[in-house]
Design a protein around this ligand. Structure first.
Ligand SMILES: [Zn+2]
Length: 117
């Protein structure tokens, strides 16, 4: 099987015996087959994927993620009480002082108007 060195049969894979480290070359068509290491006779399975055989070149570890300087800013981090609609109490008070709001008031607007009154 492994002695068949005829060319043109397809790609060959190289595989290092996990037991003794002997480099075994085999045809792609033999991938997945169980065999015995010619050196140590250890039962080995010829890997199907070349990626599993030849370790990829050492790639520099990914750079540490840059500090999150550009944190996504929520347009409105925290809803302020000032954005809540004015309370009945505030509206009553404003009515009392003769202020007629042109539209819906927020608590912030109402309290500002009340402060100014
Ligand atoms: Zn071996």
């Amino acid at each position: 099987m492994l002695a068949d060195m005829s060319e043109g049969e397809g790609a060959t894979f190289k595989f290092a015996c996990p037991n003794c480290g002997l480099h075994i070359e085999y045809l792609q068509t033999d991938a997945g087959r169980e065999t015995n290491c010619p050196n140590c006779q250890d039962a080995i399975v010829l890997p199907v994927s070349a990626a599993a055989i030849i370790p990829p070149p050492v790639i520099a570890p990914p750079l540490p993620a840059p500090p999150l300087s550009a944190k996504p800013q929520p347009t409105r981090a925290v809803r302020s009480w000032k954005d809540d609609p004015a309370t009945e109490k505030q509206l009553d008070y404003l009515k009392e002082i003769g202020y007629v709001p042109p539209g819906p008031l927020t608590k912030g607007d109402a309290s500002r108007l009340i402060d100014q009154s």
